[in-house]
Design a protein around this ligand. Structure first.
Ligand code: WQD
Length: 336
């Protein structure tokens, strides 16, 4: 299939492009490079040994994005684009709503105009809200906008709703919604990985900076949660497994029975902050200094999924373990 990857220069997007090429698909990548670097696409080209058509386009810019739809033909669109920092979204909510909703609506309208009927959306476990009980199943009553803890998560839930309503109104339109748990790690080449600008918000890239001496120590946000060691538990999934989940989900477009698909992409295992620190130290034979500090607003005790629906229906299962997540994260950070 020929696929438009919106936000393809980003962390998940770049790893997904690698796996798409590995399975014989071809890609056109659009990205405004607001939170990504063109070097990521160049490195993807090195890995897949192919030229990747790239357009520096902001997906909110309908006129400019339309030139890409005019020039290229697509069988499907994968939407990775969007702002994604939970804490930042609380501070600048309107920027998040404008950018994330506007870019998604612009893409969907252009898909309609150019007869592209297959979409895949990068959603997040955050849509389950703070009261969800782990292990979380897709059938749980998600999209309870009232108990999602941040505007970032609400934009994800709203875009899911937009896709569900569009699929209900248009049987030709096929939407696949993938709810990521906590993507971490990097491609084995260490050419691409998680490379946020500035101080990382997320745990794994922060540990990577401490492990490589770029930051003095990790702040562990609270050790009084209802978990085995008091620190937050999450479902960490290797970004390569996550990328493969997208390729596996392409089979949904062949379905004659339904045109809306929702899957959790996670391992089903919960790992605490301190467990991850220990795994990082063991995998890379080093010490990670940390300090226990107060809780971070919006955090929940536990968040991990039941991945059985994706396992069964997509024939996909996360295979890479915590050790390889930690090793690949360190190798990438060290090589940057
Ligand atoms: C994990 C655990 C923290 C940083 C978010 C988004 C989700 C997705 C992944 C985009 C928690 C603890 C963290 C630190 C710490 N983002 N922590 N010190 O919050 O589970 O999920 O990122 O798609 O949508 O919600 O990920 O890595 O920030 O936190 O102790 O410096 O690590 O309290 O328990 P989170 P995270």
């Amino acid at each position: 299939m020929r696929i438009l990857v919106a936000g393809g220069a980003g962390y998940i997007g770049s790893h997904t492009i690698v796996e798409l090429y590995t399975k014989g698909h071809t890609v056109v990548c659009v990205d405004n490079l607001y939170n990504a670097k063109l070097s990521a696409i160049k490195n993807v080209e090195k890995i897949v040994k192919k030229q990747i058509p790239f357009y520096k386009v902001d997906c909110c810019d309908k006129k400019k994005l339309e030139t890409v739809f005019k020039k290229e033909k697509f069988d499907a669109v994968i939407m990775f684009q969007g702002y994604k920092a939970v804490g930042e979204s609380v501070k600048i909510p309107i920027k998040y709503y404008r950018n994330n909703l506007d870019s998604a609506l612009t893409i969907i309208e252009l898909m309609d105009k150019y007869n592209v009927h297959n979409i895949m959306f990068s959603s997040s476990a955050t849509v389950y809200g703070k009261n969800a009980k782990s292990p979380i199943k897709e059938t749980d009553d998600a999209l309870r906008l009232n108990d999602i803890t941040n505007p970032y998560g609400e934009t994800k839930a709203m875009i899911e709703k937009i896709l569900m309503d569009k699929a209900a109104a248009d049987s030709k339109f096929k939407a696949v919604i993938l709810r990521y748990f906590n993507p971490v790690g990097a491609h084995e080449s260490a050419l691409i990985g998680e490379d946020p600008n500035g101080i990382p918000n997320n745990l794994m890239p922060y540990i990577a900076k401490v492990a490589t001496g770029k930051l003095p120590y990790l702040n562990v946000y609270g050790n009084d949660y209802k978990t085995k060691d008091g620190t937050g538990v999450r479902d960490y999934i290797h970004v390569v497994d996550l990328a493969k989940g997208h390729v596996a989900a392409l089979k949904c477009y062949k379905s004659k029975k339904q045109n809306l698909f929702v899957y959790n992409l996670g391992t089903g295992n919960g790992t605490s902050v301190l467990d991850l620190v220990k795994a990082y130290e063991k995998a890379n034979k080093l010490k990670v200094k940390y300090k226990i500090v107060g809780r971070r607003a919006g955090d929940v005790d536990k968040l991990y999924c039941k991945p059985t629906k994706a396992n069964k229906e997509l024939g996909w299962m996360a295979k890479l373990d915590i050790e390889s997540m930690c090793e690949s994260s360190y190798n990438f950070e060290n090589k940057k």
